[in-house]
Design a binder for this molecule. Sequence first.
Ligand code: C2E
Ligand code: CA
Ligand code: CA
Length: 663
Amino acid sequence: MKNVPIAEQLANPVPCALLDKDVVDAKSMRSTELDDLLIRSNSRKPLFDYIFFQASPEVSHEQAQGLARVAISATMCCVLFFSLDVTSSTRDAISVFLAFLYSLLSVGYYFFLVVHKENFRWRRYIAIIADLGVVSYAFFRFGVNGIAFYPLYLWIMIGNGLRFGVRYLGIASLVGIVGFSAAAGIGGVTEQHSSVILGLLIGLVVIPKFFLVMIKRIADANGVLKRHIEDAQYRATHDELTGLPNRTVLNDRLQHALENAEREETLLAVVFLDLDGFKAINDNFGHESGDQLLREVASCLERSVRSCDTVSRLGGDEFIVLLENASDTAGILSIVDRINSCSGSYYSIGEYQTYISWSCGVAIYPKDGEDVQTLVKNADTAMYRAKASRTRRVCVYDGSMSEEVAAQLSLRDQLRKAVDNQELTLHYQPQINLLTNRIVGAEALLRWHHPQRGMIPPGEFIPVAEQTGLIVAAGLQVLETVAQTLSRFRDRQLPLVPIYVNVSPQQLSEPDFLDTLMAVVRRYRISPEALGLEVTENLLIEDAEQTKVLLDALKSLGFKIALDDFGTGFSSLSYLTLFPIDRIKIDQSFFRDFPHNQHQCSIVDAILAIGNKLEMEVIAEGVETQVQAESLIKRGCSILQGYYSAKPTPRSEYELLLERSMV
Ligand code: C2E
Ligand code: CA
Ligand code: CA
């Protein structure tokens, strides 16, 4: 095939009707599809084209051939009528009469085909034999002048081949050669003009063969072209990785769905999904695994929606599901629930199981927008809101969100500046042994003094730092500052009381976390025993195997490991024995109504019992009153961190407290 640029090929498709099932790969190119393509590409054909092609989708190949037969036989009849002497020669009159009869039969046969459209192969064979019989008879009848009918042979043979395929071309040429030879032999033409007849016979064999090769070539070219067209169309409308429709298709469908919803007065919803912590999965398991996970998520999403809904991937770890034809918000939310049943579960990538969840924002037509852009933007805003919230995985848009999101975006930018300019500071909250009344540890807690807004609580800015990845840089600053504090205390010969820092899962999943930590420890020449790391339960479940390797390494280097907010996560108790944990921090929520609330007392007792059995230190966090402290001592818990004994304070004050506790 000539090298034609794809764009040009797309603009000028090669005619496709020249195909046969035997020649063309049935899967990639069914001849009927190609015929359709041909008909569509050139639906207004001149009448003459009926001789070779089907002219419109309503007219079948056979009808087209029937019409051609009518035209050709009528022309033959006229030519004979004017060229022969019908008035004086009976023989000529009979010839013209036979031609006329054949024209009449052709007209009748055409109408027969219009009524009986069903496919009947033998009807075509009979038509081939009849056509060639008539032409052979004319050849026989007119002697060597009958050669004038030779082009008609070609039409019958090639026309059949082009319309019905190679099989018919073969049969037509065989019948043609037999008829031609018989007519020439019986008419005595062979003896008189043997070389002319031989030449024509060779032509009858060679020309169909030539067309056969040509058809095959065109079929191959068409196959390649069709695949190019299909590929280009697929790529333009689908996400290559998951096979889901892409943003272009989504916008189209959403536009269409909006028109429908307006007409039918139904609701529709745009559901925006964004995976949580996908970057860490890509970093830890590699991009191939990340891709596999995206495919798994895509297929889970597809399974959870109805057939009329559209799941699309916008790119990265963002998906949009379009829910159509909803009658009420409750119906929409129940499908959203079903979609979210795929979130917060384990997906297998290769030999690993990995936990993945996502944040989900919902915008509903008409209340949250009446056009494509507004609905998608508002669903995105609601998703952003869900992401920022620690507890809500799904948010339905409401009007106040846009302002809130704008405020959050500005907070994000300001936090970035604060981290870059090292404006975040640390407070230290002492941990006291109630029996000795001495400080046995401290927790380092980040503080952000915003120039305009004043003190911003960590509960507000830590989630933003986590979402934006800023937590890694901020966490490193915390480690540096704590190491600096510890080295200062050592130089001032203050007692070696460990300081615990909160490390976020993102920090721990950084491949060079251990090296960075050791570099800090060496730079300030502090002992790892003086540094504790607080991790949350969820870290343990997210990637148990890798976390265990890291925590074992940290433990063997001498760092202390504390399990923060114990009792609020979803880890199984068996994790306590699996990981090298030194201390458990009972979450402060269990001390809200302690010791008056019987349930909270039972939970605290149970955690203390587990800690004792497993020989882990147990510390109570968020203890605010003397009653609570006394009750804890009675239950066997002597270490606490809470406003009762001390609030988080700047380093200078913590240093004073340490000095005093030495006395
Ligand atoms: P957390 O790790 O559970 O920290 C304990 C929180 O409880 C601190 O809040 C502390 O001030 C508060 N607290 C201590 N005793 C009491 C009490 O008796 N009553 C009450 N109501 N609260 C008490 P803070 O400082 O606001 O920190 C909140 C959270 O921010 C922390 O929870 C931690 O998850 C996160 N955070 C703080 N600093 C860092 C950090 O450096 N890195 C990371 N990754 N997270 C941090
Ligand atoms: Ca903590
Ligand atoms: Ca805690």
